[in-house]
Design a protein around this ligand. Structure first.
Ligand code: NAD
Ligand code: DAU
Length: 348
């Protein structure tokens, strides 16, 4: 039996990873460790919360004593580490929060794993979930490969880059068995509506302005979240020790084109006149230090582990919009209260 701690399992990607591991590996014990920040939501896991092989603990990854106690009681064989502050715009207003959670929290987990596994690293693995943003920004051509030099620009990406370096440092210095995955932009069900796609879906439903930063010509490479969860499963089980793997969909979209696509799709689904939602598009002040383009070369994970996206963007976006339309209560719950204050500060 394997015992795995998944950090950040109540968040967007983490909840899909937890669900996959709980359903796919009934013989494992999965412990979801999450502090339930504004981005964490146990509603995301309602369908699996009663499974025998699943449990949840509310804990902060920066709390040394709490984490050490959880590790010594649970005795994990593997850590899949997703807990983080994840939104670039919030990192611009509150950089220290990102230093604390993303850097100190990661080092605290590495330390706890090293202590817990001090007798032997045999059969153990620390899988760190990172982002393509550590590589910086591309011009109009080229891709990020596993060899691309780190060049982060935002406080968020700088904190993730730093956490990646600490993960490698623990491997190089103490021999901790690690793997790192660097993924492109995810989209799909349970995505918190501070990020581009769910924010636009929420605003289209409510006929509110659709805030596009700058001229909208920034490019992102979008991957359906379940395909990321599948990639994490593969790398956790079959990835080579100390290696990093890039994960991405070969699916680049300029923001403005993506927003038009969403508007048209939703006009159709909501029975609105074609072009009605696009009238809500509003160009707003640009994000400071905005990275022009991200694009992942996912050849290594494809060649070595046989991974490739299982859905096309059209299929994934359709499933995503359908999910939000069928889960308006979820959307209402997460956009009341503190979200309103955040939205007001960010967009007015
Ligand atoms: P999210 O913001 O939706 O979820 C983060 C989760 O971490 C939440 O459940 C939150 O409660 C938890 N958390 C935050 N601080 C914590 C703390 N101090 N202790 C314990 N738990 C804490 O994030 P996401 O979009 O699901 O991203 C998950 C991971 O994947 C992050 O590490 C992120 O950097 C990485 N990533 C995200 C994307 C993307 O497109 N969203 C792409 C590549 C990599
Ligand atoms: O590339 C992976 C990263 O993708 C992850 O590591 C991050 O956790 C995740 O948040 C995401 O970062 P981005 O900054 O690319 O995602 P976001 O959804 O915030 O923005 C996508 C693009 O849309 C970006 O160019 C900024 C733009 N944008 C975003 C928002 C929220 C707008 O034009 N308007 C908006 O209101």
């Amino acid at each position: 039996m394997k015992k795995i701690i998944i950090t950040g399992g109540a968040g967007f990607i983490g909840s899909h990873v937890v669900r996959r591991f709980v359903n796919q590996y009934p013989e494992y014990q999965i412990l979801n460790l999450d502090s339930l920040s504004y981005a964490g939501n146990l509603e995301n896991l309602k369908d699996i919360e009663d499974c025998q092989n699943y449990s949840f603990v509310k804990a902060d990854i920066t709390d040394e004593q709490q984490i050490s106690k959880i590790f010594s009681e649970f005795q994990p064989d593997g850590i899949i580490h997703l807990a983080a502050e994840s939104h670039v715009d919030r990192s611009i207003t509150s950089p220290l929060e990102f230093v604390k959670t993303n850097i100190i929290g990661t080092v605290n987990l590495l330390h706890a794993a090293k202590e817990c596994w001090k007798n032997s690293f045999e059969g153990k693995r620390f899988h760190h979930i990172s982002t393509d943003e550590v590589f910086g920004a591309l011009g109009n051509e080229g891709f990020f490969t596993e060899e691309t030099k780190y060049d982060p620009h935002s406080p968020y990406s700088a904190s993730k880059a730093s956490s990646d370096h600490f993960v490698r440092a623990y491997s190089d210095t103490y021999g901790l068995p690690i793997v790192i995955t660097n993924c492109s932009n995810n989209y799909g069900p349970n995505h918190f509506p501070e990020k581009l796609i769910p924010l636009m879906i929420h605003n289209i439903i409510n006929k509110k302005p659709l805030p596009v930063y700058g001229d909208g010509n920034y490019t992102r490479d979008w991957l359906y979240v379940i395909d990321h969860a599948i990639a994490i499963d593969l790398v956790f089980h079959q990835g080579k020790n100390q290696e990093n793997y890039n994960v991405g969909g070969f699916n680049e979209w300029k923001n403005i084109d993506l927003v038009y696509l969403l508007c048209n799709l939703m006009d159709e689904k909501l029975g609105r006149k074609n072009g009605e939602s696009a009238e809500l598009i509003t160009f707003v002040k640009d994000r400071p230090g905005h990275d022009l383009r991200y694009a992942i070369d996912a050849t290594k994970i494809n060649k070595e582990l046989g991974w490739k996206p299982s859905v096309t963007f059209e299929e994934g976006l359709d499933k995503t919009v359908e999910w939000y339309l069928a889960n308006k209560d979820w959307l209402e719950n997460v956009t009341s209260g503190a979200y309103q204050k955040y939205y007001q500060q960010q967009y007015h």
